[in-house]
Design a protein around this ligand. Sequence first.
Ligand SMILES: C[S@@+](CC[C@H](N)C(=O)[O-])C[C@H]1O[C@@H](n2cnc3c(N)ncnc32)[C@H](O)[C@@H]1O
Length: 279
Amino acid sequence: MTQTNGQDAQTQVWNGAAGEAWVSLQTHLDQLFAGFETRLAEAVAPQAAQQVLDVGCGTGATVLATARRLGADGHCLGVDLSRAMIERARQRAASAELPASFEIADAQAMPHRAQRFDRIQSRFGVMFFAYPVAGFARLRKLARPGGELHAMTWRERADNPFMTLANQVAAPLVPELPVPQPGAPGQFALADPVLIRNVLAGAGWQQVSVERLDQRCTMPAFALETYVTRMGALGRVWNGLDVARQQRLRQRLLEAFERFVSGGQVQFTAACWEIKAQA
Ligand SMILES: C[S@@+](CC[C@H](N)C(=O)[O-])C[C@H]1O[C@@H](n2cnc3c(N)ncnc32)[C@H](O)[C@@H]1O
């Protein structure tokens, strides 16, 4: 795998606890974020002969959904930094006979595919570039002239209480919890719409649109405990905590997250940006 400078930290994160968590929670995360998957797939015309690149495809849900829309001459390639997530994606695709394939790769460093793709899409996979302008400029070069970009990112932390509550609850008990650094790659790195526009303009994308997208998300309540203890910054330090601290924290987390549980389901609205542009 070729990598750009400064990407090593993300490669480590996604090949460690973060990647493992996404693999073990794959079914629930697919359900949770299904609305975004449908939106990406339905943007592709049925039976289209398009070449699609899915950036940061993870365990493959959006690639498989897109490939189901494409015709025999179309193809969707999913790329991701995480070996474990790509392995899961390949397992899922193996029996499906779809025009889909997967590669372990840094999307910012795919030199041999210039102007190859009609469409570049991503569900939450483009907020982790060490140098966002350079990263999106690389993506633009991978798109054919006039090719489309269609990506989803998270809006501000304050708009996404479900995504920030675990850190808030854990912080007093877990001083070793990594503190998010402003401007650093991460879930909320593209939360500012002005920044998104500047990054895409700097990267040479045209006809940029950045629209609010509020998406209802659900998953079974029984998956909540694993979700809050394995995902995000807390998930990365969870195994290093002693059993007593894990127990105290688990109880506090489940109490705090009760507000998102109703009728046996976790339910919340994800506050996101839907980004579209043309190469
Ligand atoms: C939040 S997860 C989303 C996964 C998937 N898109 C989904 O929605 O299920 C972000 C993914 O982006 C991947 N990623 C981050 N930076 C990347 C890069 N430069 N090139 C390829 N993948 C990257 C991570 O490995 C991770 O799988």
